[in-house]
Structure formats: C-alpha cells, structure tokens
Ligand binder design. Structure first.
Ligand code: GLY
Length: 601
C-alpha cells in the first residue's frame, strides 16, 4: 500500500509551503518493520490472544494466568488485576513488589466513569530536600558493612520511600473486587512458596545488580545460591515473601503497615540508617485522583494525572500531532519521525519546568492539555530543522529507570483496569527487608535529589520535584485508556521504561488511530524516543532506513541507538465485543483469556 504522497496538503497547515518537499523519500519504505526480539524463541502468535469473556495482559505468563484464573472464577477486572499484580510482585522482583508502589486506572462500565488510585511511594516525614547531599553539595558518603554506597539515592536504605503497593491493591480490591482477597492472593503465595524458574532477563538483572544485592543480607538470601547469583533455569523460592503474602491474605494491609511485617521493615530501614519509621507506615494513605483526559481525533483519551507526568504529556503530544493528518505520512518516514521528535522535545521541556506533586506545587494541567496551547507550542516546529533543545525551556527533566511493569485487564462486562507498578530501578534499593522477602524501592531517586545535578541517566532535574516530607516523587507511569464515542473502552495500555513510558504509549496510540495498524503491529512496530535533554533522538533497530536516517541527520537530529523503548501490554476491544490482548515482543509478557467462566451469584 502506498500511503504517502509528495505534494502533501497537510504540511502547509503547520509547516508552511516549504514542507512539502520533505516527504518525498518516504514513498518506498515498507509500511513498518516489526521489532524483533533477538533473545526469544517465541513467535508473533505467542504475543496475541483473543476472546470475548475477558482479557489479561501482563509481563509474565504466571501473572497473566493468575488474572485469567480470577476471571474464570467469575471475578471482575479488579480481581484479575490485583491477582496479577501480586504474582508479578513475586516473579518480577526487578520491576515491582510489595515494597514499591503504583497507579491504577479503573473504568466502571455501569457508571461509565473512570477512577484513579494513586498508591505510589511517598517521602518519609524526616525527608528533606538536602537529605542526599553534604555541605559541599556532593552526594553524601554512606557506608554499609564497610562498603561505600556510591549512589545513595539509588541504592540502599536512604533511597527507600514509604511503600504504597500493598495498601493500594488491598483497598482497591476491597472497594471494587468481587472475590475473597484470600482467593485473589492465593496464586502469588503458591508461586512464592514453591518457586518458579529464573528466566533469562531476571538472571541478567540479578547479575547486573550483583554487587549491591550481595551487600545486603536479606537480598543475598533470596537471589543467591551457594554464594552465587541465581542463573536462568534455577528455581527462585521466596519463603519469607510467601509468609508476608499470607499475612496480607489473612489481615489485609494491617500487618504490613502496623503489625509484625511493619516492625521487620522498620528494623531493616534502621540497619542502614534510612528514614522511614512506624509513623510513616501507619500514616500511609492511598489517594483517589481525577484522571486527566482529552480528545484525539474524536477518541477520548483518559490517563494518569500528576504526580505522574505521563497522562498530561501524552495528551499534550496528541494535541500537537492532531494538527496534521498523520495517516498521510509514513510511520517510518523521516517526515513523521521529525515531527514526532519535535513534539516529544517540546512536551518533555514542559515536563521539566512544570511537573511535580500537585498536592505541593502548582501544576498547570489544563493549560498543558489544551488544544490552544498545543497549537501555540507546535507553531515553533520547523519542518526542515531540528530545534536545539537548549533553545527550549528553562530547566531540565527528571528521569526514571527502565524497570517497572504494566498490567491491562478487561472483564466480560466491559470493566477495565490499567495498572503500572514499580520499585523504580532494577530491584529498587537492592535491599530486601530481612524476614519479609520484600524488595524495598528506591523511589526517592525520582525526586530531584541534587539540585542542578544529574541522576543515573545523566539527566538534570527540576525544582518543582524537590523532596519534601510526605510528598510523592514525579513519575512517568501512564496507565491509559482510549474510549469511543459511546463511552466504551476500546484500548487499554501502559508500559515500563521511565520517560520512555510516555513515548511508548504515545506511539502505540498513534499506530492504532492514525496508521490503522492491528494491535499486534501497533505494539511491536519499532519506536523512537526523545526527552528534550539530552538532545538525542534514540531509535530502535530498524526504526528507519538509511535514506530516512540521512534526512533526519541533515535536519540536525543527533541520533543514538537504543535497545528498546518500553514494553507495552495492551488490550483492544472491537465494536463486536471481541477483545485482542497483546504483549510486547520486547519482553517476557503474555496475554490470556478465560476458557470457561463460572457464574457468580
Ligand atoms: N519510577 C518510574 C516512574 O515512576 O516513572
């Protein structure tokens, strides 16, 4: 199919008449190039499922299976999402866990409304904006067992923020779930107690973080065997975690925040001079927030508001993109990729300047998501030239880790859940609280930990995101839904990947709506990423051919390869009611649909 033409009528709208010429070289490109997962033996159909009785898509087959089992027992989207969440905590300890936090977007089919549950980690009461730096403005020297902890905001006890995942899942389930909590947590308990085979990506992450996991006795106990990091094919058994989960099944979140588990968590934090105490745990609150929403070519897009930057910038970028008829452009052509990059650059500059916890700082959500603003900002896009990032914006963005995980669920009634959860970097702080099996997060690093300094990704951070007691660090997590004109959910999606969450979700939406790709292609197609600073266009292998590459370089883009942009887990519901689940080929996920559904009275 030749979807491109030389004398585009659309560019004069935004770019003026000179822009028409830039489209010429895109005509001969194949429609898109699938991303290929070089590490996997799986084939495309392993990443796709379809059915009408519900769908669960998660980044590990055991988590998907747990969610599907809940749907088969007559449970709803929340039962499935919560069951899958507890299992993913067990099988992806590098990404998420009971010691982490997250967001859940829920669509209530009956009431036709969406709700957001924010159970992200919060700064301890004793935290302060200078807690990581000494008088000279350098990172403090923190020692543990005679070893220097080089990056105290990323590794070790000081990096831990008050975890919210357990309270978030239990409270959301209590309000919206149908099944007994004990049934919902049972799969996670069983997998933690019996163990599961370590897969390649997990083995690689353990090896990557070996130095720090080895330092902390609780972590050594879980992730090492006979003094060596666990390898692929060996079994990861987590007895202590199974017991902690049993207490949650029996008592809800009480024991975790006020009982025996909480005392063990605090004892661990004290061992490494961290800040969290009993008051922090007891006082943790889940916050219900109003979703952020906008319209894109007639579809309603609903997503995560601040303290995530994700939803605002997805809508802001869609508003900018909407000014052109992208369906006339080639998804791998230089014209589209230049435009997409310029849009990303501008949104991420705003992220740096404007974003933080809305309970502490003023975040201009309405302005950033308005059509008028998008028009004004995108007027500065030059169709021929990349705009140097240094000429846009005032400060710089925060960056997050490539860890994190996302689960999408739809039940047969049309209720939907999208939840993104994290411990931040791989294995969070790398500290497992002794006697609990709980991997503690390092979410404090999502704050500005050193004014004017850079984080582990070489990114400089902004002031609205300074640390304060009880404040929530800025996130990029973007559980998102797209609804049709009748208010039915037609797309559910999200991703891990720090700032790349935002651009991965954006590109998947554009692939579906503008390029009319089937969901499998929309998720698997190559992606690019720009986050304003550093001023680099990151691209996956195959994102463009040599001609397009040359044109992008000629326009002034600084290109740099990247292994992958995000790991999208998505569901699409056709008008007929048929649901498609797609896991991203970039990771180890799997979609699943119920075989038999039991009717609940
Ligand atoms: N820690 C990753 C995020 O919240 O965006």
């Amino acid at each position: 199919m030749r979807i491109f033409f030389k004398t585009s009528k659309i560019f004069p709208l935004l770019f003026g008449v000179t822009a028409c010429v830039t489209a010429a070289g895109d005509a001969n490109l194949p429609l898109f190039k699938s991303y290929s997962n070089k590490n996997s033996q799986r084939v495309a159909s392993d990443y796709h499922a379809q059915g009408t009785d519900g769908m669960v898509v998660a980044a590990h087959p055991l988590a998907t299976a747990a969610g599907v089992a809940m749907l088969e027992k007559g449970g709803n989207a929340i039962d499935a999402a919560v069951a899958a969440s507890f299992v993913i905590s067990v099988v992806r300890p590098q990404s998420t866990g009971l010691g982490g936090g997250g967001f859940l977007l829920y669509h209530d089919k009956e009431q036709k409304r969406q709700r957001i549950f924010d159970f992200r980690e919060r700064a301890p009461i004793k935290a302060s904006s200078s807690m990581f730096i000494d008088e000279q403005g350098n990172y403090k020297k923190i020692m543990f067992n005679g070893q220097l902890v080089k990056d105290p905001a990323i590794v070790g006890h000081l990096s831990v923020a008050v975890p919210g995942l357990v309270k978030g899942l239990v409270e959301t389930h209590r309000e919206l779930g149908k099944l007994d909590l004990r049934i919902v947590i049972a799969p996670a308990i069983e997998i933690a107690a019996k163990g599961f085979p370590v897969y390649l990506a997990l083995a690689r992450e353990i090896k990557d973080r070996e130095q720090w996991l080895r330092l902390y006795p609780g972590s050594r106990k879980v992730f090492f065997l006979d003094g060596k990091p666990l390898e692929a094919g060996q079994t990861l058994v987590q007895d202590d975690l199974a017991k902690t989960l049993q207490l949650i099944a029996a008592h809800g979140h009480r024991d975790f925040y006020e009982g025996d588990t909480s005392r063990k968590l605090i004892a661990e934090i004290k061992r490494g001079n961290g800040l969290i105490d009993a008051t922090d745990l007891r006082g943790y609150r889940v916050i219900e927030r109003v979703p952020v929403s906008g319209y894109y070519r007639g579809h309603r897009v609903v997503s995560m508001p601040p303290p995530s930057s994700g939803g605002v910038h997805i809508i802001e970028m869609l508003n900018m993109l909407e000014q052109n008829d992208l369906s006339k452009l080639h998804p791998r052509g230089a014209t589209y990729l230049h435009y997409l990059t310029e849009v990303m650059r501008r949104a991420f500059a705003d992220r740096a300047k404007e974003m933080g916890d809305p309970d502490f700082v003023d975040v201009p959500v309405h302005r950033l998501t308005s059509k008028a603003y998008a028009q004004k900002v995108s007027a500065s896009i030059d169709p021929e030239r990349a705009t140097p990032s240094s000429s846009i914006g005032l400060s710089a963005p925060t960056g997050e880790s490539p860890s994190t995980t996302h689960i999408s669920v739809m039940d047969r009634w049309g209720n939907a859940a999208a939840t993104t959860q994290t411990v931040n970097y791989s294995f969070g702080s790398c500290v497992v609280a002794e006697g609990t099996g709980v991997v503690l997060n390092d979410e404090m690093d999502d704050f500005t930990t050193k004014p004017g300094g850079s984080n582990a990704f070489g990114l400089v951070t902004g002031t609205k995101n300074n640390i304060a007691p009880k404040k929530t660090p800025l996130s990029s997590m973007s559980p998102t839904m797209v609804l049709n004109k009748e208010g039915r959910v037609e797309l559910i999606l999200g991703s891990p990947g720090g700032p790349r969450i935002i651009t991965a979700v954006l590109q998947a939406i554009v692939n579906v709506i503008d390029f009319k790709m089937e969901l499998l292609d929309a998720v698997h197609a190559t992606r690019v990423h720009h986050q304003w600073m550093p001023d680099t266009l990151r691209f996956e292998d195959g994102a463009f051919d040599n001609d397009s590459k040359k044109r992008l370089v000629d326009m002034g883009h600084k290109l740099s390869p990247i292994e992958s942009v995000g790991d999208v887990q998505a569901i699409q519901r056709e008008q007929s009611g048929l649901m498609h689940g797609v896991s991203d080929v970039r990771s180890d996920g799997k979609p699943g649909t119920p075989a038999h559904v039991k009717e609940l009275k």
